[in-house]
Design a protein around this ligand. Structure first.
Ligand code: SF4
Length: 353
């Protein structure tokens, strides 16, 4: 919050905090609404260009505060239009976001933490460990930067928390960013256009049951037995499949919404007919949809992508039982689009220098 003498970043403040700030510097209270509107509705981050505000107030804001985004350290564009952004944070750490253009809508995949301590065996970010949680302005900064740069119109794109980090381990900041994105007086995104993907932090998932408005939920499933999930996702030893599926069954989703289960397909590990059948049993009492993600091979990890025939057979077993299945197209192959890979390489390079 506001500390006299320090130029603090106002990005990430909610309506109440903007009001307190305006009050604390002795300005008229109606200016808070104008300032909030300029930042979140007009995406105007240059105080001097905030035409809704009086000239004197603009000057004062510019002298005492800032509205800054994380710096884009690198952009890598793939032939299919996917663009990977590597952001440098103020403490010289890196996170990544991926912009995925699609015919019907664009998707922006963002990070919630620097690194991650969940330890999924198939994920490059896991090798970094957790460095820290992202601040609200760093989460929103990814959205602001990409939306501005690519001229994305409000309502035309979705945001998914599927980049680096486990969003439910940074719950407070992730939910505050979510509320800011969906505030009708500000960014006014539909809550149906924001998805949080979790590896299964069950107590926090249960906490989300009590939120007034919540985003779509995606569960990173990846195994259908506790033995395999313990191995692939060590967090399963703490909150196993039974606990996770029960929390999903009790999630108060709206009638037409469904929980997405994400399944990274690893050849010879979790792609058999028996795995598909076990998945159907796990889904009893649920209205699921499934996103099958054929593994994107990585030289640093021992897994392989299943054959097209195997993927199709697995999908058909689910579809024949009435499950809606999406197949994630492999996007951005030529730009190292596996989770956490670009930032991991950058951190590794810095550490080695
Ligand atoms: S897959 Fe997600 S939760 Fe698992 S280690 Fe990677 S970033 Fe963390």
């Amino acid at each position: 919050m506001y500390q006299p003498g320090m130029k603090s970043n106002l990005l990430g403040l909610n309506q109440e905090e903007v009001l307190k700030l305006v009050e604390s510097i002795g300005e008229k209270l109606f200016r808070a609404k104008q300032l909030y509107h300029e930042i979140y509705r007009r995406s105007e981050l240059d105080f001097l260009q905030m035409t809704e505000l009086s000239k004197a107030f603009r000057q004062r804001l510019a002298e005492e505060f800032r509205l800054t985004l994380p710096e884009v350290a690198r952009r890598s564009a793939a032939q299919d239009g996917t663009v990977k952004y590597l952001f440098r944070l103020e403490d010289n750490r890196f996170v990544e976001s991926v912009f995925i253009p699609e015919e019907d809508r664009d998707t922006l995949c963002i990070s919630s933490q620097v690194g991650c301590n969940i330890g999924c065996r198939f994920c490059m970010t896991a090798q970094m460990g957790l460095e820290r949680n992202l601040k609200v302005e760093e989460i929103l900064g990814q959205v602001f930067t990409v939306a501005k740069e690519r001229n994305l119109q409000r309502g035309s794109f979705s945001v998914v928390f599927m980049g680096m980090g486990e969003p439910l381990q940074n719950y407070k900041n992730v939910m505050k960013a979510f509320r800011l994105m969906t505030d009708p007086l500000g960014m006014s995104m539909s809550h149906r256009k924001v998805t949080i993907s979790t590896s299964g932090v069950v107590p926090v998932l249960r906490k989300m049951h009590h939120e007034e408005i919540f985003p779509n939920i995606a569960i990173s499933l990846n195994a259908t037995s506790n033995t395999l999930r313990d191995e692939l996702m060590p967090l399963n030893k703490k909150w196993n499949l039974e606990a996770l599926m029960q929390a999903c069954r009790e999630f108060p989703i709206e009638p037409r919404r469904r929980i997405m289960f994400e399944y990274v397909m690893l050849a010879g590990v979790n792609d058999s007919d028996e795995d598909a059948e076990a998945m159907l049993r796990l889904f009893r009492g649920l209205r699921p949809k499934v996103n099958l993600i054929p593994y994107n091979p990585n030289p640093g990890l021992p897994y392989r992508r299943p054959s097209e025939e195997r993927i199709a057979r697995f999908r058909d077993i689910l579809v024949n039982e009435g499950v809606t299945v999406f197949m994630r197209k492999t996007r951005g192959d030529d730009i190292a689009a596996a989770c956490g890979q670009l930032a991991y390489m950058e951190e590794g390079a810095s550490a080695g220098a």
